[in-house]
Ligand binder design. Structure first.
Ligand code: ADP
Ligand code: ZN
Length: 211
């Protein structure tokens, strides 16, 4: 299955795609995780990415498209994938269309997670992430068993640099102007499925009914 997860920051794309990955083994590809590892490598490219990400702005289309093109043409993507965080602009969506044509495949579903703004802001400010395996925690709703240590890999759990109040506001604004137009883009293509939950079981049921 080839699925895109669409939704504002904090709507649960990462959590849902990781859960779907555990459920059926489809490759989960998070652009945010890929970009964060590029930053961790400390290359010049990483520095450029860091400047955009830490202020809550998007990394340039050219850069993201070239990274994703390389990723999506690898063998492990032949059977399917869950895209968390790509595409995020109509230019990226057009590029994905070309990649799909090249590989003779098509999308099965664009899953939009619709979540109230207040929930998002609360979630993002209480969210924590494992630096090693990028598992997502929440100090209120999903704390780690041992404070600060990942249940899965033992890595350190931290607050992301882009999860302060001012940067969260900017990320939501960027979503509204740059990414939200993709909802109509995919609705017109007939592949959109919108769900008003980010709990795994109902999302899975909706997906099964749709595909
Ligand atoms: P969220 O969806 O919660 O904002 P992500 O980890 O998906 O979190 O993304 C974090 C940041 O990474 C974004 O604010 C942006 O700077 C960058 N980023 C991720 N995906 C893309 C993309 N497709 N295009 C441009 N920038 C991206
Ligand atoms: Zn971990």
């Amino acid at each position: 299955m080839k699925i895109i997860l669409l939704g504002p920051p904090g709507s649960g794309k990462g959590t849902i795609s990781k859960a779907l990955n555990r459920h059926d083994g489809s490759v989960q590809i998070s652009t945010g995780d890929i970009l964060r590892s590029a930053i961790a490598e400390g290359t010049d490219l990483g520095k450029k990415i860091e400047a955009a990400m830490s202020s809550g702005n998007l990394v340039t289309d050219d850069l993201v498209i070239s990274i994703m093109e390389e990723r999506l043409l690898r063998d492990d993507c032949k059977e399917g994938y869950l895209l968390d965080g790509f595409p995020r602009t109509t230019v990226q969506a057009d590029a994905l269309k070309v990649i799909l044509e090249k590989t003779g495949s098509k999308l099965d579903c664009v899953l939009e997670l619709v979540i109230p703004r207040a929930t998002i802001v609360e979630r993002l400010s209480t969210r924590r992430t494992c630096v090693q395996c990028s598992e997502i925690y929440n100090i209120k709703f999903k704390p780690a068993k041992v404070d600060g240590t990942c249940d899965l890999c033992g890595g350190n759990i931290v607050q992301r640099e882009d999860e302060t109040q001012a940067v969260i506001e900017n990320r939501l604004e960027v979503y509204k102007t740059k990414t939200a137009p993709l909802v109509d883009y995919y609705r017109k293509e007939g592949s959109l499925l919108s769900v008003e939950t980010s709990d795994f079981e109902p999302v899975l049921a909706a997906l099964k009914a749709h595909i």
